[in-house]
Design a protein around this ligand. Structure first.
Ligand code: UD1
Length: 422
């Protein structure tokens, strides 16, 4: 039996949403626990499928953990296996995050190549090139990365900005010998939190939050981690703001860091929405008229690719022509044909989508293809006439904690149903 989500037209939403911890911050932090000599405690950890997948991978390596109500305790002292198997890695590309810390701690490891994914080829060549520069011997055999060697600090220039690549090298550099300088590093808040946690664990790190990070490694000595609360999920927050926008409703988010949302707030404002800000909360207020928008996805602090699909759903309700250019991933428009099934008017020319609004959306059966594309279909379903059935909904549960509960609390009408599939 497979699950699908039936969404009923729910034009006005109202109320408050509690934002969960960030999946993309939790994943590298959990991987970094491999570098710890003590039990690691994380709080505000989202209970989403990707986090559970990484924990399954760690368990497979010999780690022990307890995970309840967002509190995660991990003990990595008994790791007795350094192979990250294909069966787990294939379900989540971010499994590659164990490569840097396993190699740094054990001097060898074997990690399955993640392969392509729905949104593009997504190679890991930059991770491997950087580890080689640090002295690792890397061979690809039978679909696995076989890495070995003692890591030494050096200068690394990333040819492209890579989030998990930067995180992998930061973790590897923490236990390497000497100084590693990462030039053209990713500046995402999730990278910054990883640096802060490692700094608290005793590592000298300079340039945190900038595109040049210098790490002085411990030369094989394990780190002593302090307790950490995972930062709020800026993409989950953005998605609920998008729910407010597409239904033109007032919604308040609690547990947010507004600064992390600036790149998207600018675009919401351009579209006519306004905001009320308080210490840890943010309220979106309806627009008099929804304006079309021009968006180019880019690295933080620019507009995030992980919010592109959701803004496309909103753009279907703008009065006029919106343009969205996807610069990070080559195949991240799979929601377009699905939105068009709901009567949207979107065309694609290479990396650019043109959205002609305003369309009267009409409910239909649609297919979720990846995590964020799925959330765009849910948003569209909220305003589509009648009912929208979003199939392959498991994609959504990879990254949105308590999605149905949170949407229902603000007045959305949706239900999780089961279906047989051949
Ligand atoms: C991370 C996020 C993901 C987000 C993406 C971009 C996590 C767990 N995932 O993914 O949600 O959409 O950042 O913000 O944090 N590239 C290469 N070679 C490499 C590595 C990357 O060519 O070795 C390319 C990719 O194909 C892509 C670009 O660089 O075109 C950026 O990808 P990257 O930042 O690495 O994405 P992820 O870290 O996988």
């Amino acid at each position: 039996m497979y699950k699908y989500l039936k969404i009923h037209r729910s034009p006005k939403l109202n109320g408050e949403v509690e934002i969960s911890g960030a999946k993309n911050a939790a994943l590298p932090l959990i991987a970094s626990s491999i570098l710890s000599k003590n039990e690691v405690n994380f709080t505000n950890v989202p209970e989403v499928a990707d986090v559970k997948t990484l924990l399954k991978l760690l368990k497979n390596l010999g780690c022990e953990f307890e995970f309840q109500n967002g509190n995660l305790k991990i003990d990595t002292s008994n790791i007795n296996n350094t192979t990250a198997v294909y069966e787990i890695v294939k379900t989540m590309r971010a499994s590659i995050l164990v490569l840097g810390p396993l190699l740094a701690r054990f001097g060898k490891c074997k990690v399955s190549l993640p392969g392509g994914c729905a949104i593009g080829a997504r190679p890991v060549d930059l991770h491997l090139k950087a580890l080689k520069l640090m002295g690792a011997d890397i061979k690809i055999q039978n679909g696995y990365i076989n890495a070995s060697g003692k890591l030494k600090g050096c200068d690394i220039v990333f040819d492209k900005i890579t989030v998990t690549g930067t995180e992998n090298i930061i973790m590897a550099a923490s236990m390497a010998k000497g100084k590693t300088r990462i030039i053209n590093a990713a500046k995402e808040p999730e990278v910054t939190q990883l640096c802060n946690v490692l700094k608290e664990a005793g590592i000298e790190i300079e340039g945190i939050g900038s595109d040049e990070i210098i790490i002085n490694g411990t030369e094989g000595e394990l780190l002593k981690f302090k307790n950490t609360s995972i930062i709020p999920d800026r993409i989950e927050a953005g998605t609920y703001l998008a729910a407010g926008a597409i239904t033109n409703s007032k919604i308040t988010l609690n547990n947010v860091i507004t600064e992390h949302l600036e790149g998207i707030l600018v675009k919401f404002r351009e579209m006519g929405f306004s905001f009320e800000e308080k210490a840890n909360s943010l309220t979106i207020l309806p627009a008099k008229k929804i304006n079309p928008v021009t968006i180019i996805t880019t690295e933080y602090p620019g507009f995030p690719t992980d919010m592109q699909a959701q803004f496309m759903a909103i753009a279907t309700q703008a009065e006029g022509v919106s343009i969205i250019e996807e610069r990070l991933f080559e195949n991240r428009f799979m929601h377009v044909p699905e939105l068009n099934r709901l009567n949207a008017n979107i065309s694609i020319n290479s990396k650019t989508a043109t959205i002609i609004g305003k369309s009267k959306l009409i409910g239909a059966d649609v297919m979720a293809t990846d995590l964020r594309a799925s959330s765009a279909l849910v948003l569209a379903g909220l305003i589509a006439k009648g009912q929208t059935n979003v199939h392959r909904i498991y994609h959504l549960f990879r990254g949105y904690e308590k999605l149905i509960e949170k949407f229902t609390k603000i007045g959305a009408k949706m239900e999780l149903l089961s279906e047989e599939r051949p």
